[in-house]
Ligand binder design. Structure first.
Ligand code: URC
Length: 295
């Protein structure tokens, strides 16, 4: 005898390209990958081989394309919310819907005479922008949005010194190292049901993080990660939490003395693995009134 504890099912890897054709401003080009997962009254499909309540995952895929055609949403968060609402409204056996949308980073080609081409695009980097949107039938949206594979590198202003040592520590102090990472940032919103310009918020967070990374006098990945997250929380009031994952993508100086050459901190060997893995979630401190009422 076994009872179903938790279950969810759906479709993932629903790939979608959407072109919006404006008669005046050229086209927009979006490439999204969608995952839809349903929770609800589906236990009997597992225990009784009863498919009568199973919305086929194939239909979920079709629903993605149907709504992509009808929606006016441009932000992935707004599209995900519409998809969640549609599925809950049309299928009474569903108790909650989870939607993930990833967006690849396509932008208009800027031609050599510095003109933004209205109908030609380039995928400038592997950066992915994403959102996870969830809503139970009788509840509010939770939204976690972010970006990943944002690769950045500093060639100055990065130290790692005065760290804890034991008998196995061989790492030397470094006062002029390369600092490369691939930022994964996920943030959640104070009030996910509020009207938010998600795309503007994402661009603002991205710019804040890049500006901080570039300017920071870094004493460690941890130090810079915290400064980036703190700046986002201080500057973007609609965000209440941000989690940053910043692997330390080491570039090791090559010993050129073996070839009778001096390495003036210019020749490095990039190392994929092993690499440092630094992760920290930051939240704003609770307001003072809330703190004192807890004492
Ligand atoms: O910024 C760093 N943080 C660490 O925790 C660490 N550990 C290490 O070997 N190098 C580094 N660099």
């Amino acid at each position: 005898m076994a009872t179903v504890a938790e279950n969810r099912y759906g479709k993932e890897g629903v790939r979608l390209v959407r072109v919006h054709r404006s008669p005046y401003n050229g086209n927009t080009f979006d490439e999204w990958t969608v995952r839809v997962l349903l929770e609800g009254d589906f236990d009997s499909s597992y225990t009784e081989a009863d498919n009568s309540k199973l919305l086929p995952t194939d239909t979920m895929k079709n629903t993605v394309y149907y709504l992509a055609q009808r929606t006016r949403a441009t932000a992935i968060e707004d599209f995900a919310k519409e998809l969640v609402d549609y599925l809950i409204k049309h299928h009474s056996q569903i108790s909650a819907v989870n939607v993930d949308v990833d967006r690849k980073s396509w932008t208009n080609i800027v031609t050599s005479n510095n003109v933004r081409h209205p109908t030609a695009f380039t995928q400038g980097s592997n950066e992915v922008q994403f959102t996870n949107v969830r809503r139970p039938r009788h509840g509010n949206f939770t939204i976690a949005s972010g970006l990943r594979d944002l690769k950045v590198m500093k060639t100055a202003d990065s130290n790692f010194v005065r760290f804890y040592r034991d008998k196995l520590t061989t790492l030397a102090d470094s006062t002029d190292r390369l600092f490369g990472t691939s930022v994964l940032a996920t943030w959640t919103f104070e009030d996910a049901s509020a009207i938010t310009d998600y795309e503007k918020t994402r661009q603002q967070i991205r710019s804040l993080m890049l500006d901080l990374f570039a300017a920071h006098q870094s004493e460690s990945v941890q130090h810079t990660l915290y400064a980036m997250g703190k700046l986002v929380l201080d500057s973007v009031k609609s965000v209440n939490k941000i989690q940053l994952t910043m692997p330390n993508l080491h570039c090791l100086p090559v010993d050129l003395s073996r070839f009778g050459e001096e390495n003036k901190n210019e020749i490095f060997m990039p190392i994929d693995e092993p690499h440092g893995y630094i992760q920290c979630a930051l939240t704003r401190p609770p307001p003072k009134a809330a703190l004192s009422s807890k004492l």
